[in-house]
Design a protein around this ligand. Structure first.
Ligand SMILES: Cc1cc2nc3c(=O)[nH]c(=O)nc-3n(C[C@H](O)[C@H](O)[C@H](O)COP(=O)(O)OP(=O)(O)OC[C@H]3O[C@@H](n4cnc5c(N)ncnc54)[C@H](O)[C@@H]3O)c2cc1C
Length: 193
């Protein structure tokens, strides 16, 4: 089966994993943090729940609206009042006048990542930063260096913001790899050095 490695468990990476849920593929998502959701991140403090990144979803795109309201709707709530904002000077105001419907989750918008991960068929590995990606042309596969080990995949989807995403390299000569595992951790192939 085709093995696909997704780097990053923000909504882009988890959205890709979700889109691949019916594909003939074994999908593994590698996330450097200990939780999923990326910039859709929620914190708790003294009984309050607050989002430190994205704070609501809009229904402007019917594909997003259908996905959220039909498949990822557990705990979904509509924000029907004004969303107050503060600017760089610390001024708090009622925010933009906006007719679009806005959604969040009762436990905060980070729940979107959790819902996507649950709805996908992917294996999600948190605490797994990808620090190197090399295309092995001879073996016709990608080699990923994840903190604590090596792994291989037939295809890689990169989703971190461009300035921080690992840069893929290409190796055309013989592989010097001595040990490799698939994204799900199984030993896949051994190449003598
Ligand atoms: C303050 C703020 C408010 C916002 N408000 C809204 C809003 O109200 N509504 C809205 O729709 N959007 C909003 N956005 C934008 C929205 O948050 C982003 O567009 C969206 O979350 C980006 O998702 P992503 O998956 O592309 O990237 P990210 O969320 O950045 O996900 C990338 C993931 O990759 C991981 N990663 C990075 N490098 C590696 C590596 N080497 N190995 C493994 N994992 C790695 C990161 O830890 C992260 O989890 C807001 C953004 C901010 C910052």
């Amino acid at each position: 089966m085709t093995e696909i490695a997704v780097v990053g468990a923000g909504v882009a990476g988890l959205g890709a994993a979700y889109a691949l849920r019916d594909a003939e593929a074994e999908v593994t998502v590698f996330e450097r943090r200990d939780s999923v959701g990326g910039r859709a991140a929620t914190r708790r403090h003294k009984g309050c729940v607050y989002d430190v990144g994205a704070n609501y979803l809009k229904d402007e795109d019917s594909r997003v609206a259908d996905l959220i309201s039909e498949e990822l709707d557990e705990g979904l709530v509509e924000a029907d009042g004004p969303v107050w904002t503060f600017d760089g000077d610390g001024e708090i105001s009622e925010g933009r006048d906006d007719d679009a419907r806005k959604w969040t989750y009762r436990e905060g918008l980070a729940a979107l990542g959790d819902r996507l991960a649950e709805a996908s068929a992917a294996t999600v590995r948190t605490g797994s930063e990808v620090v190197g990606i090399t295309r092995d042309a001879e073996a016709d596969e990608w080699q990923l260096t994840v903190r604590g080990g090596e792994t291989t995949a037939d295809a890689v989807i990169l989703t971190p913001p461009a300035p921080v995403t690992p840069r893929p390299r290409c190796r055309t000569g013989p592989s010097s790899r001595s040990r490799s595992t698939t994204p799900t951790g199984r030993t896949r192939r051994t190449t003598p050095s």
